[in-house]
Design a protein around this ligand. Sequence first.
Ligand SMILES: [Mn+2]
Length: 324
Amino acid sequence: MTIIIYLHSMREIKLLETRSEIGAGTRGASLGIDALKVASWDFKSPYFSNYPIETIPNKNKKLFNKIEYKYAKRIKGVAKVLESVANATKNTIRDGVFPIVLAGDHSSAAGTIAGIKMAYPDKRIGVIWLDAHADLHTPYTSPSGNVHGMPLAVCLNEDNLACKKNDPPQKIIEQWERMKNIGGIAPKINAEDLVFIAIRDCEEEEIHIIEDQNIKVFTVEESRKMGMKSCAAKTIEYLKDCDYIYLTYDVDCIDSSISKGTGTPVPNGLFEKEIEELMLAFMHTEKLCCFEVTEVNPTLDSENKMAEIAFQILEKCTHALQGK
Ligand SMILES: [Mn+2]
């Protein structure tokens, strides 16, 4: 135990900021990172001056252009952003530094996971997906066409043709294939190495993948009943054969009574203290190699509440990671 704490205290951290929001359906998530900074100023926290920051280029100017294909909106721009996120994540890990990714919309996670796999091509990567949604759509199944609902299908190299509803044109398929093959590795993760926590708003096409591939899910009720520490321990135990673990935190995992400042709030979620307890428990696993905070949208909020909650959890998690 002492050794683990010692290793954690040695962890060097870098913040990767990706303000891309072209994968979201509601505008404003690109402002999420700056809303976190406003929260840090209001709390008089030096957090953002404590760590090096790398800003990843975005393609948000594409939001002024016409949409090419309605079932995979701005997919070419997303693919380009994901490549940049993947390279930044890979380089950070290869430098021996722990990346904390602060993202606009959740499509970024496919880039982050690609980067982890590129840094560790021969290792098994476990993924903990804390979210109201399963993000398992594809251009063949998506009802909205928002690519932030697709990152896990990208990582699993899953087209879900069994549930095909849309007929994407060749040039869209080319971009989809490009996203799935970032770093020349596909799939990035195995379905058995994925754990969902708090998902509660899934479409039938996503449920098909979860059931067909027997993906592990801890519902809000299950996690609450067993307690957050126990849920974290069971998740880590489930991922015991993985070499490294990535954790993503979409703020809409929080109950919609609180999470107004996000694009797709959903009722019956976890409460902020529960998320904090859960996230903090994960910080103590030595296999954790990266985590991500995403989908804060201050334009939908009042008084920056979502960012304040997300920032407090982010700061506590970062300190826990460093053994503080
Ligand atoms: Mn999500």
